[in-house]
Design a protein around this ligand. Structure first.
Ligand SMILES: [Zn+2]
Length: 116
């Protein structure tokens, strides 16, 4: 057989093979600790072929792929899109006060409903 395959589907970051061939993320900026969900990898395999190592991955919702999280009282930086004064959408970085974000929903800080 020229092209064997052995495809597995890790169910989450704690499943076997979830982090195969994914490098640990380097510490970025002032973030404090390895992410407790993805253990510093920022993403994990949702499907991987153990022969060819082709894979599909999920981005960690806790650290948004950074692999590191803020644990202290510093504001949390979250990427967002806003309209510029010229009316064009643009990437911005918002800072959310740590105490405004529940511990189990830190990434949810990116999803605050706009004031209307
Ligand atoms: Zn993570």
């Amino acid at each position: 057989m020229a092209h064997g395959s052995n495809i597995v589907h890790p169910s989450g970051p704690d499943a076997p093979h979830a982090f195969d061939i994914i490098p640990l993320k380097p510490r970025n900026g002032t973030l404090d600790a390895r992410c407790p969900v993805c253990h510093g990898y920022g993403e994990w395999n949702t499907e991987i072929d153990l022969v060819s190592f082709r894979c599909k991955r999920a981005v960690c919702p806790r650290c948004l792929g950074a692999g590191w999280v803020e644990t202290g009282s510093d504001p949390i930086s979250v990427p967002d899109i806003e309209l510029s004064s010229e009316g064009h959408p643009q990437w911005v970085t918002n800072h959310v006060r740590r105490e405004d974000v529940p511990e189990d929903d830190v990434a949810g800080g990116t999803l605050l409903a706009p004031d209307v």
